[in-house]
Write a protein that binds this ligand. Structure first.
Ligand SMILES: NC(=O)c1ccc[n+]([C@@H]2O[C@H](COP(=O)([O-])OP(=O)(O)OC[C@H]3O[C@@H](n4cnc5c(N)ncnc54)[C@H](OP(=O)(O)O)[C@@H]3O)[C@@H](O)[C@H]2O)c1
Length: 359
């Protein structure tokens, strides 16, 4: 009986169970596919406690990959624990300024994802240090420890010539990472929507801040799970030294997205006025004195910047991106009143100026 069980659980090995990555130890997978498998990969996800990070850790955990999850606040990292089999999700405390802590987090990994980023400044981290200096430090240490793959998450709007300091810092991060780790893969997603997003949720709660520029700014929203899947697909085949843009499939104005949010939440449309930029910036500056996060002056600037009109590289990452209408009800139903909760969804017509694009 015991012998039979052992024969079934061990199974057969094949050549595809053995992978070798440049400059790293061989990677040997075993076990059945899925959560209880061992893919043989060991991956560090800096920024694992964030919006995108959690979905990425979950996808990697499902592949049977051991994930090192650096965290600052233990409560934020608690949700990661059940995303993999026993011992597969290893949480480690770190500080972006502590080189020893960074080295501890990545020294055994074959792949490092850097998702660390912040779209507002704090008293400890300005745009450059949160987005670029930390990325450079991680990339340097990863190169030093012979990590095979480095995947840096940037932003579709990253540009050195942008009027937004955040977008400038993301572009600076790309440059510094490429200098420190030339084979790094750079991923540039568009604005992401999902359950914990700061896009659809914020539009439902604070429409006034999305009416800036008469709501004519155009963005290319992308589903967070599509980006997480793209990143997970890069683990075995990371496309070294490439920069991949991952915009959503359509270019949509804030005006259309606000209409979409009100038609799904079935709340009355906002009667808030369109604030002039100078007044919005002034209010945002005043808000910086509050201890809770409010809209920052740089976010006001970003509300006037259209997303870059670059072709998407979804084929390279093996994902078909989905439209915002496909998932919006899942994330916005909670804003409906009890009597409207199960009403059918009626989408507003897409205006002709908004182009539905082939990705
Ligand atoms: N959300 C979007 O729409 C969007 C679109 C395009 C690109 N991106 C980029 O994608 C990445 C992930 O985005 P996200 O929405 O998941 O961001 P997020 O929810 O704000 O999470 C950011 C992560 O970075 C960590 N982090 C931030 N500043 C840090 C610091 N100074 N020291 C250590 N850790 C720090 C956070 O740790 P704590 O939990 O400890 O704060 C968190 O784990 C970011 O680089 C972002 O710029 C985001």
């Amino acid at each position: 009986m015991l012998r039979m069980q052992r024969t079934v659980s061990i199974g057969k090995r094949a050549y595809h169970d053995l992978v070798t990555l440049p400059g790293s130890k061989p990677i040997v997978s075993n076990g059945p596919p899925g959560y209880s498998a061992v893919s043989g990969h060991r991956v560090t996800v800096f920024g694992s406690t964030g919006f995108l990070g959690r979905y990425l850790v979950s996808k990697l955990g499902k592949l049977g990959t051991q994930v090192i999850a650096p965290y600052r606040d233990e409560d934020e990292a608690r949700v990661l624990k059940p995303m993999g089999d026993l011992g597969q999700i290893v949480r480690m405390e770190w500080d972006a300024r502590d080189e020893n802590a960074i080295a501890e987090c990545l020294r055994h990994s074959d792949t490092v994802y850097n998702l660390v980023g912040r779209e507002y400044e704090t008293k400890n981290f300005d745009y450059l240090s949160a987005n670029a200096l930390s990325a450079e430090r991680i990339a340097k240490i990863a190169a030093q420890y012979g990590v095979s793959n480095f995947i840096q998450i940037s932003h579709l709007g990253a540009s050195k010539s942008s009027s937004s300091k955040f977008y400038q810092a993301k572009a600076e991060a790309e440059e510094r990472v490429k200098a420190a780790f030339p084979a790094a893969t750079i991923i540039r997603p568009g604005p992401m929507f999902g359950y914990e997003d700061k896009l659809l949720n914020n539009m439902a709660v604070w429409p006034i801040w999305w009416k800036l520029n008469h709501a004519q700014t155009k963005i290319r929203p992308v589903h967070v799970l599509d980006v997480a899947q793209a990143l997970a697909n890069l683990m075995p085949s990371p496309l070294p030294s490439q920069t991949l843009n991952l915009p959503g499939p359509s270019t949509l104005s804030y005006e259309y997205l606000l209409d979409l949010v009100t038609s799904i939440t079935l709340q009355p449309p906002s009667r808030a006025p369109v604030l002039p930029k100078s007044i919005a910036t002034f209010i945002a500056k005043l808000g910086q004195n509050a201890w809770w996060p409010t809209i920052s002056p740089d976010e006001v600037t970003r509300r006037y910047i259209d997303d870059a009109d670059l072709p998407g590289d979804w084929d390279a990452v093996g994902v078909q991106p989905s439209e915002v209408e496909t998932h919006a009800i899942t994330y916005l139903r909670r804003y409906r009143s009890a009597e409207n909760y199960v009403r059918p969804v009626v989408f507003p017509p897409r205006p002709s100026i908004v182009v539905a694009e082939e990705y």
